[in-house]
Design a protein around this ligand. Sequence first.
Ligand code: ADP
Ligand code: MG
Length: 336
Amino acid sequence: MKKYILILICLFLCGCQKQQEMEEIQLFAMDTFMDLKASGENGREALLKAEKEINHLERLFSTTLEQSEVFQINQNAGQTAVSVSDDTLHLMQKAKEYYTLTDGAFDITIAPVVKAWGFTEEVKKVPSEEELQQKLQLVSNDKLRIENNTILLEQKNMAVDLGGIAKGYTSDKVNEILKQEGITSAVLYLGGNVSVIGRKEDNTKWRVAIQDPLEEEKFAGILNIEDCSIITSGVYQRFFEQNGKKYHHIIDSRTGKPAETGLLSVTIVSKNGTMADALSTSFMVMGVEKSSDLWKKSNDFGAIFITNKKEIYITQDIADAFELEQSEYTLHIIEK
Ligand code: ADP
Ligand code: MG
């Protein structure tokens, strides 16, 4: 409940004050709270189409709904290739692309390990070292076979989980629908992911808050931004505590354990929400240095890293758009 209130306050502060006339839809999908706002004559109609699309994608990508395509792929591991829709096929291909791009940090075949930690279950727990080693043997992106429109997991008990990329893809699809409907000003909040279309109605940029990972009620900073996705992964989003130690849900496939790179959160800013989602998850595993090397070779995203030493590292391309809110953080700019 506390989280919902925070989200609402966050959206309010983030630039919706003058947007009372915006149409709004709230829903719970993909295991998270979502809030969609759009202005324009057919704002409501467009948002209803967007909502339909989100529910449709959830029914394809869910790991728990028995009729979902991902569930079918997992169910048929080691046995049969499953024919899938264009959406699932495309997202699987993208997931493989990001596996290669991130040198294995982004790996959707991590699912059996995520399950062992209970992140997709009712009860979360620290698995034994033996169980982890067993589950790690099932993690193998090379055994995820994509052929024509079919997907096969070559080994029994393997599984995939699109949780690290599905919401980014969904925001891209929703953006596409809203734009087709003629919407020129909108803000979508899909869990930790924000996506904005155009500018605010008063033609100023959107102000999107970046959460302070250490204090739930505070913002580390504000991004002044237009027409892009701002996607954050953090240790504070989904975690549990056991014997006084916190365990979060982004897993390093080399160890089978929650990534420990000193990063508390990573935010990616990009026109490509799918990529932003995959990279925000992967960068938590890769750490600042390796992630910065990848940024230096690319030109289609910016990144903000918040460390457990109260430092913020921001890439040069988005540094001017960022206002630091928390004075106890030291700001460093990553240059090419
Ligand atoms: P959120 O779902 O909170 O927005 P992320 O986008 O960072 O967070 O995705 C985290 C989810 O991705 C985990 O819950 C898990 O399902 C999956 N995941 C965990 N570790 C990895 C990894 N190394 N590569 C790909 N997906 C992962
Ligand atoms: Mg992600």
